[in-house]
Design a protein around this ligand. Structure first.
Ligand SMILES: N[C@@H](CCC(=O)N[C@@H](CS)C(=O)NCC(=O)O)C(=O)O
Length: 229
């Protein structure tokens, strides 16, 4: 039986996992849960199952592989498991340290965005979004320096952290593309294009399984649908 990957019907935290699975060509079944309509955005489609899946820490995303006797939640734990299985991890201490640091940096980056994208009212969102863009510019310059001349994060070999970075940087690019126009971050644009050009990733990105939006839940101020000009 193919492993099951569960998440809301949006890119959110599940996208790096889907990219990794696409890259290695691993079959899986996507189990997507939908929110109810506004204003309540009822979550019962998920909540009705949440505590019946025998997960230690019930959450979304989850990854269940009955054949391997594996049930995992926590995005990074799922990614690390799949990366170990498919050889997409660091080998030397230097590589592992770089990946560990960037993994945490990337999670912090997306959480700082989510805090703003999920603000309750439009006024607060408008106040915070400029500040967020300024912070993201600083973070992206740091990242551009780290990537430097490398093809991927640790050199010429792709790892799970590249898929985390690709997904979350893509959401940020959709939020404020002007950040990516800065000369300081030009290596990031090339880096993103390089990941998009990986054969299996290119196939996935042009398939029916992929859509740039939504990457946030329907209650979010940004990312739940394509912004109208
Ligand atoms: N630390 C967890 C956070 C997971 C999380 O916050 N999941 C959200 C969607 S992004 C959710 O709706 N979880 C379902 C729940 O809380 O029941 C991870 O990295 O996977």
């Amino acid at each position: 039986m193919a492993p099951i990957l569960g998440y809301w019907k949006l890119r959110g935290l599940v996208e790096p996992i889907r990219l990794l699975l696409a890259h290695v060509g691993q079959e899986y079944e996507m189990k997507s849960y939908s929110f109810g309509p506004e204003p309540d955005f009822d979550r019962s489609e998920w909540l009705d199952e949440k505590f019946n899946l025998n997960l230690d820490f019930p959450n979304l995303p989850y990854y269940i592989d009955e054949d391997e006797g594996v049930k995992i939640t926590q995005t990074v734990a799922i990614l690390r498991y799949l990366a170990r299985k498919h050889g997409l991890i660091g080998e030397s201490d230097e590589e592992i340290i770089k990946l560990d640091m960037t993994e945490q940096f990337t999670m912090e980056l997306i959480l700082s965005c989510a805090k703003v994208w999920y603000t309750k009212d439009e006024e607060t969102f408008e106040q915070l979004k400029g500040e967020l863009s300024a912070n993201l510019s600083v973070k992206l310059s740091q990242l551009a320096k780290l990537i430097g001349e490398n093809q991927y994060l640790i050199g010429d070999r792709v790892t799970y952290v590249d898929f985390m970075l690709y997904s979350f940087l893509d959401y940020i690019r959709l939020f404020d593309s002007s950040i990516f126009e800065d000369e300081n971050v030009s290596t990031i644009n090339e880096y993103l294009s390089r990941i998009e050009a990986l054969p299996e990733i290119e196939k996935y990105l042009s398939s029916e399984d992929f859509s740039r939006f939504p990457f946030s839940g329907p209650m979010a101020r940004f990312g739940s649908s394509e912004p109208s000009e």
